[in-house]
Design a protein around this ligand. Structure first.
Ligand SMILES: Cc1ncc(COP(=O)(O)O)c(C=O)c1O
Length: 577
């Protein structure tokens, strides 16, 4: 059992799991209410709810609207009941079917990337309606277990149900750290932009996967037709047509925005810098995920801000109970989190947990700065809602950019500063006056043409496929003790090796072999995660990348065996893949 009190919900989940395994709670039985367990055990209702939801996500429990949680029925795959019919109450058949499918994925009957039986075939085989099967598939799709491919059917999500365990949750640090990371970040960025190296280090899609050509045409047209008109200082807020396009798109995330709510920035990096300087002074503490994006840590360092590293789950993100505890003693000026698919973990906080976190921060009057650069790269049917859509922007500053989806070189991002509008505008004027006009006009034209949405549909599929190939290659070539993340969006994999493994040493060896990746310690202010690495799946899969990943796996295995035996000469490095 995990004795880390910050993950008490995991302990509660394990306790009930054991009761179910022993038959104390039988299939179909209603679970004690959340309130009853909370009172009996003296733990918060949100912890119990989190435990129940966790068990539901694992297929152990099912939830029924307004009735509570019930023990799911443990159907054994391959041994259907008589007549192959799934005999459950009609209103919950889809949940039962979904539970059955999750069980089969967990047991490896359906592996990642595999096509599920057609809706019609499953309906006929099990004697249930087509709409019930479709409801089950869609339910699993919304949870990132399946993906729907137009005119092709439903597939097990690329990164679901892998052969390796998930990375560990990071631990609590009760003290904020000053950040000193600039040297390591500069070295990494220099190597990551070196195109002669196998590109596993750079968290940006390959230009070949972006719509660079169409965007170039839009830029050339704007320059040819109206170049002189755009060679001016633009509005400090940014081009009105671009802000209109961005605010129209906010409908997709369920948040009403007007062009006046948006300020165009130089990438998400400037948006985050404006937000941090608007809410914090040098010496203040910012609560961050751990691991977190090294660029953010670098910004904190340059602004003289400290980082409070929060315990973070590789699937669900920051632990809200742990944050609540820290806020009782630690003064925090702001919390800075990913909206979805964090870099490097790829974690996605469930909506209920996001709401809890917003309520907690509002109680403490701490603003939330969110970074949504990966939100558009979702493999789930629905785009996950960012925090701003859940609190109406009351306490949230939203930052994003087109760098991960369309045009890293255009350096166009935006900020929705909400209550901090004046402070942000003052800083925008002081730092850069305004953003370059021509790229904004070209991007506005591109967005207005409708090309962006079609491009994103293709890009999501390509990146999901890349991530699947990368995951499979890591599984096949890294040591068996390796753990790997399973993001439902974005394009980074977080790989964890046993304690004592040195990803810095691997980094140096890999560079000699012409391979670049990001070593784990740059993702932490206190330089944790030296046993981890981040691999990017942003480039089109190729023989060269495949070989590079295999070589990394072999070098990692060699380092581990050398540590275990103290002898390195057993294997000739040139014999490795
Ligand atoms: C989480 C995160 N935020 C922000 C950025 C930088 O975004 P931009 O290029 O738009 O400044 C990155 C780039 O890797 C990132 O991973």
């Amino acid at each position: 059992m995990n004795t880390d009190p910050t993950f008490r919900y995991e302990q509660v989940a394990q306790l009930f799991s054991r009761k179910i395994d022993k038959g104390v709670l039988a299939p179909g039985a209603r679970m004690p209410t959340v309130r009853a367990v909370s009172q009996q055990r003296g733990i918060s209702a949100s912890t119990v709810l989190q435990a129940y939801r966790k068990l539901r996500d694992r297929g152990v429990l099912v939830s029924r609207p307004r009735a509570g949680f019930f023990v799911g029925s443990p159907q054994v795959p391959g041994k259907p009941r008589a007549g192959n019919a799934i005999e459950v109450p009609a209103s919950h058949r889809y949940e039962q079917l979904a539970t059955l499918i999750v069980g089969m994925i967990d047991k490896g009957t359906f592996s990642a990337g595999m096509r599920l039986p057609s809706v019609r075939a499953l309906s006929q085989e099990h004697g249930i309606s087509i709409s019930t099967v479709l409801q089950a598939y869609r339910w699993l799709e919304d949870r990132g277990v399946l993906v729907a491919r137009p005119k092709s059917g439903f597939y097990v999500a690329a990164t679901h149900g892998g052969a390796l365990a998930l990375p560990s949750r990071s631990r609590m640090r009760s003290r904020a750290s000053t950040v000193s990371i600039s040297g390591a970040v500069a070295t990494l960025l220099e190597h990551a932009s070196n195109s002669t190296l196998v590109p596993l280090g750079c968290a940006v899609p390959d230009p070949a996967l972006l719509q660079s050509h169409r965007l170039d045409l839009a830029l050339a047209r704007a320059a040819r037709q109206q170049g002189a008109r755009y060679n001016v200082y633009g509005s400090p807020r940014g081009d009105l047509r671009l802000r209109s396009e961005i605010s129209r798109r906010a409908l997709r995330i369920g948040h009403a925005l007007s062009p006046d709510d948006v300020v165009i920035t130089c990438g998400c990096t400037e948006a985050v810098t404006l937000a941090l300087t608007a809410v914090a002074r040098p010496g203040d503490t910012i609560a961050v995920e751990s691991p977190t994006y090294f660029g953010l840590l670098h910004t904190l360092e340059v602004l003289g801000l400290k980082a409070l590293e929060l315990p973070t789950d590789p699937t669900y993100g920051v632990n809200v109970d742990a944050l609540a505890k820290l806020l009782e003693t630690e003064p925090v000026a702001a919390c800075m989190l990913s909206s979805s698919f964090s870099n490097p973990l790829g974690s996605l906080m469930p909506e209920a947990q996001k709401r809890e976190l917003l309520a907690l921060l509002a109680r403490h009057a701490i603003p939330l700065i969110e970074d949504d650069v990966y939100g558009e790269i979702h493999f789930t049917r629905e785009r996950p809602k960012p925090f701003i859509a859940l609190d109406g922007g009351a306490n949230t500053i939203y930052c994003s950019s087109f760098s991960k989806s369309l045009a890293p070189g255009y350096r166009i991002g935006w900020i929705v500063p909400g209550a901090f509008a004046q402070q942000v505008m003052d800083r925008k004027l002081a730092f850069s006056l305004c953003s370059p006009v021509l790229p904004q006009v070209a991007l506005a034209d591109f967005l207005a043409s409708g090309a962006y949405d079609a491009h994103m549909r293709t890009l999501r599929r390509l990146l999901e496929d890349n991530l699947l190939r990368l995951t499979r290659t890591v599984e096949a070539s890294f040591p068996a003790e390796t753990r790997v993340s399973r993001p439902a969006g974005g394009f980074a994999l977080w790989v964890e090796l046993p304690k004592g493994f040195d990803s810095r040493a691997l980094f140096d060896e890999a560079l000699e072999d012409g391979i670049c990746f990001a070593p784990g310690d740059v993702f932490s202010a206190s330089r944790r995660f030296r046993n981890c690495l981040r691999l990017s799946a942003g480039s089109t899969w190729s023989e060269r990348i495949d070989r590079g990943v295999r070589r990394l796996g072999a070098l990692a295995g060699l380092q581990l065996s050398t540590q275990a035996t103290g002898k390195r000469t057993l294997v000739n490095v040139s014999d490795l893949p």
